[in-house]
Design a protein around this ligand. Sequence first.
Ligand code: GLC
Ligand code: CA
Length: 567
Amino acid sequence: MTIKMVQTTVKWWQKAVIYQIYPKSFKDTNADGIGDLRGIIEKLDYLQKLGVDAVWLCPINSSPMCDNGYDISDYYTIEPSFGTNEDMYELIEEAKKRNIKIIMDLVVNHCSDQHAWFQKALKDPEGKYGQYFYFRKGIDGKLPNNWRSIFGGSVWEKVEGTDYYYLHIFTKQQPDLNWENPSLREEVYKIINFWLEKGIGGFRLDAITYLKKEPGLPSFEADAKDGMVSAMYGSLNRPGIHAFLQEMKDKTYGRYDAFTVGEVAGAEGEEALPFISLENGFFSSIFDISHVQLDTVGPNYFWCSHRTWDANELREALYEAQMAIQPQGWYANSIETHDAPRSIDYYLPQEGRNYYGASMLAMLYFYLRGTPFIYQGQEIGMRNFPFASIEEYDDCSSKNQYAFSLEQGYSEEEALHFVHLRSRDNTRYPISWDASEKAGFTDGKPWLPIHPNHTSLNVAVQENDPYSLLSFYKKLIAIKKEARYETVWAEGEFVPVLKEYPMLVAYERRTKEQRFTILCNYQNEPCTILMKDKEPDLLLNNYNTLQKDGNKWQLQPYQALLFDGEV
Ligand code: GLC
Ligand code: CA
């Protein structure tokens, strides 16, 4: 059966490859140990050579950095440790010269408790600025409700010297903004338009399905021993959120040729469609997160609720997600972000954590229907960080999850093990640019340590090696952007194939005229498949050879192949 694909004019971002930068760890130019905007400007040539069309910067606005920039205290200025507004304008210009667009992180579910709005609100919770937030009085000396924040503990924080509490779905330094208030919404639109007018290419919308809260903020039945319930029940993708998102789009980026990608939790499968319909979605795209929690049980994603999984499960999750939003929707596809561990450590078993496994993974997600994202360092195969104790971590969620595991009765060793597997610092430590002492990241003391493996695993080594992972990524990108293949990537249908072979992730991308096949042998064993008589053109192979015996092909462990044609 062939699905009728929605025909809209192809947008620039349907052909794009996007690179995610965690500015604090990208490149430091003034030896304070913290990456900065001038560092990004310095590395633009690197990004251009890689072949990316846009760069998503994790938050760079002024922030006390309690959640590394996801707590913004002034939306109109650049965080001083990252640089100045002038640096940002220069970055936008310099990137433009290289045909690279800059995408900002828009964090408007909450701001920082240091933001002027919140400081004024604290002085007068019933006043104008109090209405920008959620202030509630306790009930019979108890908290206003039993919601547990995403980072642990209650969502309510007491305002000293008053009867009031304020709501924070994330850390207590991140008070939630009250989107019910039209004045607040207008303030947010002003901010968005300010940056669009500066020439940015779009936004990644942080925690965007949390904007609408269940009316009355009621308690729900507890879902863990702590007597609390995840704040998700009362704040994630609640009825009424669509109206907020439509208004935001109409008054801001909907008027530009901008790319928007939502961090949309709580709207899977068809529920995701209103967000990403190519004709009139609230956003251009959302991240496919169907596979990022395969290692935890239950709706809360506690790191201690750990489970094992295999490639067949991943394959099911991916196929299902792709099929559910086709033909109208468009995904942002990624295997690494600043919120997740390194992909090699997460997606591959021990025996696959090598060049073959890493390049297979890259091929697997890169040609799915959607826009591929690469997280900084992923292109050279950077790895999780071997921190020795919980004190060495910076990430607030690592500390909270550690404490939660102990509360649940796990030993310190077990709790640390869960943090090793899942910590966000696994992707937040500095990039290894070269083999020098500070990995070419800084001349000062890096804010998080340099990975001990940087002496052998770094950009400089791989740039000169045609068989490195970095070179493989360059090939993937080049093929994605080659004019004669562009249509199949931008408009081709996604069709799962060869499902009868376990541990083989195989799919086609099809238009009426073209048919491409991707084969990924996701295991440490060979996999023999029977081929049709006509042999398709091999475009990319992560091995030097392809073993054939008549019409039998033997794929090697973690071999990945891309064909122009049907298999
Ligand atoms: C998103 C961000 C994450 C941040 C959280 C709160 O999930 O990706 O890094 O901690 O929102 O803003
Ligand atoms: Ca710096």
